[in-house]
Design a protein around this ligand. Sequence first.
Ligand SMILES: [Cu+2]
Length: 164
Amino acid sequence: MHLHPTLGILAAALTAIALPLPTLAGEADLSIVGSYVRMVPPGTPNSAAFMTISNGSSSDRKLVKAESPVAKRSELHTHLNDQGMMRMRQVEAIEIKAAAQTELKPGGYHIMLFELQQPLQEGDSVALTLRFDDGSTKEIDAPVKKPQTVMKAENPPEHATMKH
Ligand SMILES: [Cu+2]
């Protein structure tokens, strides 16, 4: 005996309803302040974006991806002190604990922007799309700013003048 066609459709509809619905409530819980992209001299291939991400929700959240039209490729990075040398390393995610904030800052977490597609001049703003582990995204415009402290070159100047 066949199932009545209407009942079949009804059963299918009920199955669909039973699936968990994606929640959109989380999106408003994250806020981003103080974002900026480091100004770099023309011809510099890479730069980085910094910001503070606040999580007002009661669950931990992770930044899992960042994208920008100004860079060919973006990665989430951190800095590690490796025997006195500061090295950058890619991380899979940057965690923002519940009811806390995570600062992306020079010498720490940052969004690395590789292969810049355009020069970054002070006063420009850079579009960034941030994707979080709950599937939500944030679109921000980060101003380009001059670095506040000038990083020392990898090789100290003495090395260049050591030829006797
Ligand atoms: Cu980096």
